[in-house]
Design a binder for this molecule. Structure first.
Ligand code: ATP
Length: 289
């Protein structure tokens, strides 16, 4: 097999200066396992998409591996959708939602062994206003937290929890229109995979190859309910209740009052339109796991 590893030196909390060393180790271990390897450190946001697109065109690689978190997976996978080249994941990011959903081990050595012994599987991908996503996209509280998290110097779960707790106290619910109905939302998540990352399972029942997104609506709730919600989220017990509802759909159109702040796979994005359109693309990406 020939593997192209695209390494995001900005992913996670530890990669940084270790990225060069990691590339050298990856090269050695892949060759030792009897495969061909090339490792490239990405230079800027979006670079991994360009490199992965060139890899598809070159027909030189049997697998393109995203080395980083869900943002890196998003960049690489965006170029692999509808191609025959499978995505590999070495989950060295902060949240690693797609890898966790797929059961890919988080340790470097175990993840690499898993990659070499894994098989390609076809999964669904999805788009939010034409922007591809693979794990979870959404608007409301999650997007607000993603936006604040993106402004932090340090990443990782501790920073995420700190930012989410601060955001919780000053966040105001949003009003949206869905199918001619107006409703107030705390958050609206479009789950292709089941979790945001860090084992925060917003839609435990999500199936990556059912041709549907789990639409999770959380309506505004009393402050005390937040503790229960957090507990259910991290113990994989989110289910329909007074303030939570689910619907499995191939797509959905949402109208917002103002152009919404959204996130796709945890990456924040300020829309310039009041229409949010999500759509699943069934069985459109090969992933090795
Ligand atoms: N060379 C680079 N320089 C700066 N930013 C980059 C570079 N390569 C990728 N990025 C961006 O870095 C951000 C963080 O990457 P990523 O999401 O993989 O890590 P993470 O946030 O630690 O993990 P997770 O998303 O799983 O929580 C993404 O927005 C990605 O697009």
């Amino acid at each position: 097999m020939s593997y192209l590893f695209l390494i995001n030196p900005r992913a996670g909390t530890r990669l940084g200066q270790e990225a060069q060393q990691l590339a050298a180790t990856l090269q050695t271990k892949t060759v030792e396992a009897g495969h061909l390897a090339e490792c490239i450190l990405t230079q800027a946001k979006g670079h991994a998409t360009e490199l992965a697109a060139a890899a598809v065109d070159s027909r030189k690689w049997d697998c393109v591996v995203a080395v980083g978190g869900d943002g890196t997976v998003n960049e690489v996978a965006s170029a692999l959708v509808h191609s025959q080249v499978p995505l590999g994941i070495l989950p060295l990011g902060s949240g690693n939602g797609l890898a966790r959903h797929l059961g890919i081990p988080l340790g470097f050595t175990d993840a690499l062994t898993h990659l070499f012994s894994g098989q390609p599987h076809l999964i669904d991908s999805a788009t939010l206003n034409q922007q591809p996503f693979f794990c979870v996209a959404g608007l409301g509280f999650d997007a607000y937290v993603g936006h604040l998290f993106g402004q932090q110097l340090h990443r990782g779960i501790q920073t995420y929890v700190k930012v989410a707790m601060q955001a919780y106290w000053d966040y105001a619910p949003k009003r949206v229109r869905i199918n001619e109905q107006t409703l107030e939302i705390f958050s609206l998540s479009f789950a292709n995979a089941g979790q945001f990352g860090n084992n925060a399972w917003v839609a435990p029942q999500a199936d990556l190859s059912d041709g549907k997104l789990e639409i999770c609506t959380v309506r505004p709730f009393p402050k005390w309910y937040g503790t229960a919600l957090t507990y259910w989220l991290f113990t994989k017990q989110m289910k329909p209740s007074t303030y939570i509802s689910y619907e499995a759909l191939p797509g959905l159109t949402v109208q917002t009052e103002q152009p919404a702040l959204v996130h796709f796979d945890g990456e924040p994005w300020q829309l310039d339109t009041t229409t949010v359109e999500v759509c699943v693309i069934p069985k459109s990406l090969w992933v090795i796991h």
